[in-house]
Design a protein around this ligand. Structure first.
Ligand SMILES: [Zn+2]
Length: 266
């Protein structure tokens, strides 16, 4: 199911997705990458945006340059050393050269010129904007981070530290692994059923495998944090199903490329 509140753009042969509600805001630029438009192998012209061991750092640098150029953003990404946690960082200036990527899974800023980026292949990239205070956030939500309520904690941090009204936030959820494909063990499903008591997050497939609805667990957090469901936009694409468009760790293994969700004030 492809959501009508997103559009596919293509600049210099580099396709990406944008949420139309965010695209209307002239004070920011954002986008969700696909696997195309770069210089990495796998098999060719792949847009791997992470410094993984199998890819040449120069190629990754070139891919990041091409992607930020397509988004009309400066080629100076603030990234995280992502650890599947509930750690949220408010960034006011460019991170220190000695510690360029703080450990955690969400970045928040109100500073012009800081381009926030989260990376993944199956984990959900989430971009959040408060049109009033012009605060922006980028969140990386895999199952561990979702279980630790990374999405709700990011919204809480925006409210407490930057005075953002959660009901006013625009939330764009990019490509991730959905309930059609996300097989988990019984212990993972049990942990989710305990954390999100009373909500049905699992289902058993025809072949008897358990599947987790990570997207629904995120939606619950948006609601609980006070966000308006009418202002949550979901691209609706599963990374594992859409092999022609996205990287998927579950499908491709350690040699999978990585996608990005990027947002910056201009
Ligand atoms: Zn799927």
């Amino acid at each position: 199911m492809f959501c009508e509140s997103f559009v596919r753009r293509e600049i210099d042969d580099l396709p990406f997705y944008r949420c139309t509600a965010l695209e209307e805001l002239t004070f920011l630029r954002h986008g969700f990458s696909t696997r195309h438009g770069g210089v990495s192998p796998l098999p060719s012209r792949s847009l791997n945006l992470s410094f993984v061991s199998w890819d040449d750092p120069q190629r990754v640098g070139e891919n990041r340059k091409r992607f930020t150029h397509a988004l009309e953003l400066p080629d100076a990404l603030v990234t995280l050393s992502q650890i599947h946690s509930d750690r949220v960082h408010i960034i006011e200036e460019k991170p220190d050269q000695r510690n360029p990527s703080p450990q955690g899974d969400a970045l928040v800023t109100r500073s012009l010129g800081l381009v926030l980026a989260v990376q993944g292949a199956d984990c959900f990239p989430i971009l959040i904007v408060d049109p009033e205070t012009k605060a922006i956030a980028a969140v990386h939500a895999g199952w561990r981070g979702t279980l630790a309520r990374i999405a709700a904690k990011t919204i809480a941090k925006m409210r407490e530290s930057l005075g953002c009204d959660p009901a006013r936030l625009l939330i764009a959820v990019g490509p991730g692994i959905r309930s059609c494909c996300f097989e988990v063990g019984p212990e993972v499903l049990r942990a989710f059923q305990t954390e999100f008591a009373g909500v049905q997050l699992g289902q058993t497939s025809a072949s008897g495998r358990l599947r987790l609805d990570l997207r629904r667990a995120l939606e619950i957090q948006f609601e609980e944090a006070g966000a308006s469901s009418e202002r949550v936009y979901d691209l609706g694409k599963c990374t594992r199903c859409c092999a022609d468009e996205f990287f998927s760790f579950r499908r491709e293994g350690p040699r999978s490329g990585r996608l990005m969700g990027v947002i910056g004030l201009v």
